[in-house]
Design a protein around this ligand. Structure first.
Ligand code: ADP
Ligand code: MG
Length: 747
C-alpha cells in the first residue's frame, strides 16, 4: 500500500546540505510488522516521517495506494495523515492532565465520531491494550509502559491502516518494552505497523520484516520479497472504519466540550487564570468608572449665567399654564420619588443677598425658615419677622466657633433688589451640607416667610419691565427710565410722579390725571391705574417724599405700599426642587413633567468649558490603560498557558486543524472570562445588598455607583473581545512553528 521509489530527503541547515535518506526503494503492505533499525543518524526517523507524511521529500516518488504524492501540498499530507496514519511516539505525547479514557476520546472527537460510537470503541480498545481498569485514571499517574499502551490505544482508536512508531520503547524498561512489542505485533495482523528502534532484540520475536538503515540508505531488507516495480500495488480498501465517522471533522459540540474540559482540567492553573481575569474585570471597570466619575466632576465645573445656584441636584419648575404654585402643588411635588427638598422661593435662590456690617460681609441665599432641615450649632429658630438663621460651610471663616459667637444675636442690614433695605438679627447658626450645593461656596439665610415675601417683591420689581400709560400714550419701561418705589406719604390709589409727565398733555398739566402702571416679567403682567395726585420737582421733592436726594431719585414713581403690593406682592411662579440622586434625574423629570410642570434641570444648563477637554484627554488615556491592561493580561496569561503549548501541539499531531484549535482555545478563554465576570457580578450584588463589608467594599461601592445596565453590557463585550484577542494572539504565536517544529521541540 505504500511504495517508495528512489525517494530522497535532504536537509538544508546553515548552508550545508545533509542527506536524511537517499534513493530509498521500499514497498510496504498491510499485515506487515516492519522494524527499522540502524545506527543513530542513519535516517530511520527521516524515513518514518516521510512515510507518515510528517516530512516532505525532494526526490523520487511515494505512492499511497498507487497514488503519486510528489504533487501533494501540506494540506494533502495533513489529510493523508488523518486518514491513514496512527502515530505512536517515543515520549507518548499524551495529555497528562486527561484520563486514559479522555486521551483516547480526544482523537475520536477530533475525527468527528458519534458519542455513542466513541464510548463503545474506547471500551473495546482499552480492553485490547489491557487498560480497562485504568480508564478514569489520569495519565500522569501511569507508568511508562502503561502510557505507551494509552498511546497505542489512541493510535488504534482512529482505525487507520498504518501505525507508525518512532522508538516506542525508547523510554521503557525491558519488561514494558516486551509487552509493547507484543501488542504492536498483534495489531499488525490487520494493519501495517512500522517501528523504528535501535534495539532490534526487543522486536525480534514479532517482526515480520527488518529494514536496516545505513547512511540514509537501506542497507538490509529481509522482507524485500517483491522487488520495486512501477506497477501500483493492489491493496484492499477498508471501508469499515471510515463509515463510522460522521463528518471526519470535529463537531462544534466537541470543541465546546474540549474547551470547557481544558478550562477546569488543571485546577490550580484555572484558579490562577481566573484570578488574572477577575483582576482584569475589576481593573477595566475601575478605569471605566474613574473615567465616568472624572467626566462628571468636570461637568460640575460649569457655570450658568441665569441660575447662580447651579447645584446639579436642582430642577427649576414652572407650571405649564404659567400660574402660581399653590399648597396642593408643593404637596404633590414633595411626594415625587427622589425629591429631597423643595425651595418654593425659587426666584430668590439665584439672588444672593449680603449681610453687611462693619465687621461682616457675608453672601447668602434666602430660604424660608420652614425649609431649614439642618441642625442648629448655635442659637434658636427665628420667631419674629426680622430674625434669621445663617448657614455656612464649616471651613468658612465666619463659621469658626469664635466668630460664630461674635456674630450671633446682632443686627445686620440687608438690601433688597429694588433698593429698599431692612435689618435682620441672626438668632441661629448652622453648618451647611457640603454636598448639597456642589461648588457654590455660599451659605443660606433662613428667614420668616414675611421677610421672604418682602425680598420677593423686590425681585419681582427689579425683574419686571415697567411701562406707564398717561393720556393714551405709553412709555415702555424697557429703557429703565421710570422705576416704582413705595413711599409712605403716598395714599392708596395715588401716585407721586416726576414733573416731566406734564409733557404728555398739551396744556402741560398732568396733576389729577390717571397713570396706568404695568409691571411685566416672565411670570406675570399686572397693571394698576392711579391718580397722579402729586407732581414733584426739585423744589418740593423733600417735602413730598421725605427724601433729600432729588437727583438720584428722579424718574421714580412713588406709590403706596398697597398698590406696590398689588403689583409685586406675588406668590411663586417658579419653584426649585432638589433631588436625592442625580443619576435618577431622568425618571424624576419624567414624573414631574407628567404632573404638568415644565422642568429645567440645572445640571444640563451648565455652560461647560471643560467638556471637550474631558473627552480629548480622557478617552486616549482610557484607551491606553485598557491596552496596557490587555498586554499585561496577555503576558501573564501566556505564562499560564505556556504549558498548553504541548497540549495544542498534540492536537496538531493528531491532525486537528488550526482553526479548530483556535476555537477550543477561544472557548476556554471565554469560559474563564464568563466565570470571572459572574464572580464580579456576584461581588457587585453582595456589595449592593450589604452582604459584605470591609475596606475594599467602599471602593467597589463607588465603582458600581457609576455603572448602569448598559455599562455592564459594554464591559462584558470589552472583556470577551479581550479574551478572544488574547487567545488569537496566543494561537498565532503557537502556530508560528510548524507541526513538525513544535513536535520536535516536544522531543
Ligand atoms: P536517526 O533517526 O536514524 O537517528 P535521522 O533520520 O533523525 O536519523 O537523521 C538522518 C540524518 O538527517 C542525520 O544526518 C541528521 O543529522 C539529519 N537530519 C535529521 N533531521 C534534520 C533536520 N531537521 N535538520 C538537518 N538535518 C537533519
Ligand atoms: Mg531518530
Amino acid at each position: 500500500m505504500i511504495q517508495l521509489k528512489n525517494v530522497s530527503k535532504y536537509y538544508y541547515s546553515k548552508g550545508m546540505i545533509a542527506s536524511g535518506i537517499s534513493k530509498v526503494n521500499l514497498t510496504l503492505d498491510t499485515g506487515e510488522f516492519v522494524v527499522i533499525t540502524g545506527e543513530s543518524g542513519s535516517g530511520k526517523s527521516t524515513l518514518l516521517n516521510v512515510i507518515s507524511g510528517l516530512d516532505s521529500y525532494e526526490d523520487g516518488e511515494m505512492y499511497i495506494n498507487g497514488e503519486e504524492t510528489s504533487h501533494y501540498l501540506a494540506a494533502d499530507f495533513e489529510e493523508y495523515r488523518k486518514r491513514y496514519i496512527g502515530n505512536i511516539f517515543q515520549n507518548f505525547n499524551l495529555v497528562n492532565s486527561y484520563t486514559v479514557y479522555q486521551n483516547v476520546e480526544l482523537i475520536l472527537l477530533i475525527n468527528g465520531y458519534r458519542r455513542a460510537e466513541i464510548k463503545r470503541r474506547i471500551e473495546d480498545i482499552l480492553e485490547r491494550v489491557g487498560l480497562s481498569e485504568f480508564a478514569s485514571t489520569k495519565v500522569s499517574k501511569l507508568s511508562g509502559g502503561q502510557k505507551q499502551r494509552v498511546s497505542i490505544a489512541r493510535a488504534l482508536a482512529k482505525d487507520t491502516e498504518i501505525i507508525v512508531a518512532d522508538e516506542p520503547t525508547g523510554n521503557l524498561d525491558s519488561e514494558s518494552a516486551e509487552g509493547i512489542a507484543k501488542l504492536l505485533s498483534e495489531i499488525s495482523r490487520d494493519k501495517l505497523v512500522i517501528v523504528v528502534t535501535h534495539n532490534f532484540d526487543q522486536f525480534k520475536p514479532y517482526a515480520t520484516r527488518r529494514i536496516k538503515m545505513h547512511d540514509g540508505r537501506i542497507a538490509e531488507d529481509d522482507g524485500d520479497r517483491k522487488p520495486a516495480s512501477d506497477a501500483p500495488v493492489e491493496i484492499k480498501v477498508r471501508e469499515a472504519g471510515r463509515s463510522e465517522i460522521v463528518t471526519g471533522n470535529i463537531s462544534g459540540m466537541s470543541r465546546i466540550r474540549l474547551g470547557i474540559r481544558n478550562t477546569f482540567n488543571i485546577m490550580h492553573k484555572f484558579l490562577l487564570l481566573l484570578m488574572v481575569f477577575v483582576f482584569v474585570v475589576i481593573a477595566v471597570t475601575s478605569e471605566y468608572t474613574t473615567f465616568n466619575y472624572q467626566k462628571e466632576e468636570m461637568d460640575k465645573l460649569g457655570w450658568n449665567d441665569y441660575f447662580w445656584n447651579y447645584s446639579e441636584n436642582r430642577i427649576v419648575l414652572k407650571k405649564s399654564d404659567g400660574s402660581q404654585f399653590r399648597d396642593a402643588d408643593y404637596k404633590a411635588i414633595s411626594n415625587v420619588k427622589n425629591i429631597k427638598s423643595t425651595a418654593p422661593n425659587d426666584i430668590l435662590l439665584d439672588r444672593s443677598i449680603y449681610l453687611e456690617d462693619d465687621n461682616i460681609s457675608y453672601e447668602a441665599y434666602p430660604r424660608t425658615a420652614e425649609e431649614f432641615d439642618g441642625k442648629l450649632v448655635m442659637g434658636r429658630m427665628p420667631q419674629t419677622r426680622n430674625e434669621v438663621i445663617l448657614t455656612g460651610y464649616k471651613d468658612d471663616y465666619y463659621f469658626s466657633e469664635q466668630v460664630m459667637s461674635d456674630i450671633i444675636n446682632k443686627e445686620y442690614t440687608i438690601y433688597f433688589d429694588d433698593g429698599r433695605e431692612t435689618k435682620v438679627r441672626i438668632v441661629g447658626l448652622a453648618y451647611k451640607d457640603t454636598e448639597e450645593n456642589g461648588y457654590m461656596y455660599s451659605g443660606d439665610i433662613y428667614m420668616t416667610s414675611d421677610m421672604v415675601r418682602e425680598l420677593r417683591k423686590g425681585v419681582y420689581n427689579a425683574a419686571s419691565s415697567i411701562s406707564i400709560t398717561i393720556n393714551g400714550k405709553t412709555q415702555s419701561g424697557e429703557t429703565g427710565y421710570y422705576s416704582i418705589a413705595v413711599n409712605k406719604n403716598v395714599d392708596e390709589g395715588e401716585a407721586c410722579v416726576p414733573e416731566d409727565v406734564n409733557n404728555y398733555f398739551s396744556n402741560g398739566r398732568a396733576q389729577g390725571e390717571d397713570i396706568k402702571i404695568t409691571a411685566r416679567n416672565i411670570f406675570y403682567k399686572k397693571s394698576v391705574t392711579l391718580d397722579m395726585a402729586d407732581i414733584y420737582t426739585d423744589k418740593n421733592f423733600e417735602s413730598l417724599t421725605g427724601y433729600k436726594d432729588f437727583e438720584s431719585h428722579y424718574g421714580t414713581i412713588f406709590i403706596s405700599q398697597k398698590d406696590y403690593d398689588a403689583l409685586f406682592r406675588k406668590g411663586n411662579y417658579q419653584v426649585s426642587v432638589y433631588v436625592s440622586d442625580v443619576r435618577m434625574m431622568d425618571q424624576t423629570l419624567a414624573a414631574l413633567e407628567n404632573m404638568g410642570y415644565v422642568t429645567l434641570p440645572l445640571k444640563d444648563m451648565l455652560v461647560n468649558g471643560a467638556d471637550g477637554i474631558t473627552e480629548i484627554i480622557q478617552v486616549p488615556i482610557a484607551v491606553i490603560i485598557v491596552l496596557a491592561l490587555f498586554f499585561i493580561a496577555y503576558f501573564v496569561i501566556r505564562l499560564i498557558l505556556k504549558s498548553r503549548a504541548g497540549y495544542f501541539s498534540i492536537l496538531r499531531m493528531l491532525g486537528l486543524a488550526r482553526k479548530n484549535i483556535r476555537r477550543i482555545m477561544d472557548i476556554e478563554m471565554v469560559t474563564v472570562t464568563n466565570i470571572a465576570y459572574l464572580i464580579f457580578l456576584g461581588l457587585v450584588v453582595m456589595v449592593k445588598e450589604h452582604v459584605v463589608h470591609g475596606r475594599y467594599v467602599n471602593y467597589i461601592d463607588t465603582m458600581i455607583e457609576y455603572m448602569n445596565i448598559s455599562d455592564y453590557v459594554v464591559l462584558y463585550i470589552v472583556l470577551i473581545v479581550m479574551a478572544l484577542l488574547i487567545s488569537g494572539k496566543f494561537a498565532r504565536s503557537l502556530f508560528k512553528k510548524t507541526a513538525l517544529g513544535s513536535f520536535r521541540e516536544e522531543d
